[in-house]
Design a protein around this ligand. Structure first.
Ligand SMILES: [Zn+2]
Length: 121
């Protein structure tokens, strides 16, 4: 079993003292975040890095930022005015609806000739 003792550090948490064990027998530790917030954190969360801080520290790591910026470089920007006009959208939608309707009508006899045959007569 992993031992935690006072003064241990887990990411932004510094262990201050052991907190009362919860009814479900999960050990908790009173920890202080680097920002000064104190909170009881379960031993499991500390050991498995499930809780790295009180929630204040949401800064993207340097590594992640680099990956993101490289990913963005590869994406060509859409020219301005790329968006479809309302008219074009309406046309597209109409044709989609029409096609769906046609497919539905064509599929209907096959579908209903089976189980739902009783409904037809
Ligand atoms: Zn914090």
């Amino acid at each position: 079993m992993y031992k935690i003792s006072k003064g241990d550090q887990f990411n932004s948490w510094t262990v201050l003292s052991q907190a009362p064990t919860r009814p479900n027998n999960i050990k908790h530790w009173l920890c202080r975040c680097t920002c000064g917030t104190t909170r009881e954190v379960s031993q499991h969360n500390l050991i498995h890095n499930k809780s790295k801080n009180c929630g204040c520290f949401r800064v993207v790591s340097e590594h992640t930022r680099k990956l993101l910026s490289e990913a963005n470089k590869g994406v060509p920007k859409r020219p301005k005015g790329y968006q479809h006009s309302e008219e074009a959208k309406a046309k597209m939608k109409a044709s989609q609806v029409a096609r769906r309707e046609r497919e539905r009508v064509e599929a209907e006899p096959q579908v209903s000739s089976g189980k739902n045959a009783s409904h037809l007569s």
